[in-house]
Design a binder for this molecule. Structure first.
Ligand code: SAM
Length: 329
């Protein structure tokens, strides 16, 4: 009897633990199909289903969940409206919508983590499709910009930095934000993904001091020395045994008192261990993505490169993300 009760309690506990998934799933579907915008004004399910050419019955199911978790509200018999607009993702037409993080989690992270049993049994790894996921990943990592930027700006100001190279610049978010504060700095972004580089060029077109180059960092060579080289959210694209070599090359591009800054999740960080370890599980599921470094790896690399770790500070503590500044001694 007690055994049966414990069994029930355990099952209930797992159900409850999984409840937050409901909110993310609902918000993801709403974002992907732009449904929260459709229901910005009071509308019926029938009306939205026919104007967006969607299955009415499934849309109704989605609406019912939305009403239960208060993402949506109801008036009269059948009029529905988006309830908590502030906390829900804005339209996918907005390149800065936070829905992009839901898209990455639901389309990339969760399916990959769910493939673990199959991967473990088969001894195989997935292949990360840079072309397909590049634009989403570049956009989600830009969410960190706001948090990391104050540290970067302070450093640029303090060290009177003039020439900056951003390796794996994504859509150019760091460069445009730096350009606003330092319109006379000379800024270069290196981006391997053609589509992402094109978006970066587009985003940077009004900033005359930014130059975007569509190239693999391994094939690139700057014309002039740089005072700052940024390596933001890039290390997991580089094999651990190649990182030292890459940083060694980057060091040779630095001016006399130049710095390299790295933003990366740190494995086994004091805080954010759960998040950084699951992030690492995600990377490791792909043959062409690589584990994040641990603090010891950074210390070891800096020592071998004869660089000093000037700053080692968390950017997102609960996520184990760090901002690291390496400078010539
Ligand atoms: C996770 S995103 C980070 C973007 C941006 N640095 C940020 O922190 O928001 C990494 C970017 O590096 C680019 N990348 C990966 N390997 C590269 C390489 N070998 N050379 C240049 N860019 C690369 C990817 O295409 C991607 O846009």
């Amino acid at each position: 009897m007690i055994k049966e009760y414990v069994r029930l309690l355990k099952a209930r506990n797992w159900m409850k633990k999984n409840q937050p998934f409901l909110y993310s799933w609902h918000a993801y579907v709403g974002f992907e199909l732009d449904l929260f915008s459709q229901f910005r004004k009071w509308r019926t399910v029938k009306d939205v289903a026919s104007s967006k050419n969607l299955q009415e019955e499934l849309l109704l199911r989605w609406v019912e969940v939305g009403l239960a978790i208060r993402h949506l509200k109801k008036k009269g018999e059948d009029k529905i409206k988006t309830a908590s607009k502030f906390s829900l993702p804005s339209t996918p037409k907005n390149p800065r919508s936070t829905g992009i993080i839901l898209k990455e989690m639901m389309e990339l992270h969760i399916p990959t983590l769910l493939s673990y049993p199959e991967l473990l049994r088969s001894n195989k790894r997935n292949t990360f499709d840079h072309e397909e996921h590049g634009p989403t990943v570049a956009r989600t990592s830009s969410l960190l910009e706001q948090l990391a930027l104050p540290r970067l700006l302070k450093m640029i100001r303090k060290n009177k930095i003039k020439r900056i190279i951003d390796i794996g610049c994504g859509e150019g978010g760091y460069l445009t934000r730096i350009s606003v504060k330092f319109p006379n700095a000379d800024l270069t972004g290196i981006e391997i993904n053609e589509e992402v580089a094109e978006s970066a060029r587009n985003n940077c077109r009004d900033y005359k001091n930014i130059n975007i180059i569509n190239s693999n960092v391994h094939d690139y060579m700057p014309e002039n020395k740089a005072d700052l080289i940024m390596v933001n959210n890039l290390l997991h694209y580089i094999e651990p045994q190649d990182r030292k070599q890459l940083l060694f090359r980057l060091k040779s591009w630095l001016s006399r008192n130049g710095s390299i800054t790295i933003i990366t999740p740190i494995l086994h960080s004091k805080k954010g261990e759960a998040f950084s370890s699951v992030f690492n599980s995600f990377f490791s599921a792909f043959e062409n993505l690589y584990p994040t470094p641990a603090e010891e790896d950074i210390i070891h690399m800096a020592k071998e490169l004869n660089l000093k770790i000037k700053t080692y500070k968390p950017v997102v503590t609960e996520g184990g993300w760090y901002f690291i500044q390496l400078s010539s001694k």
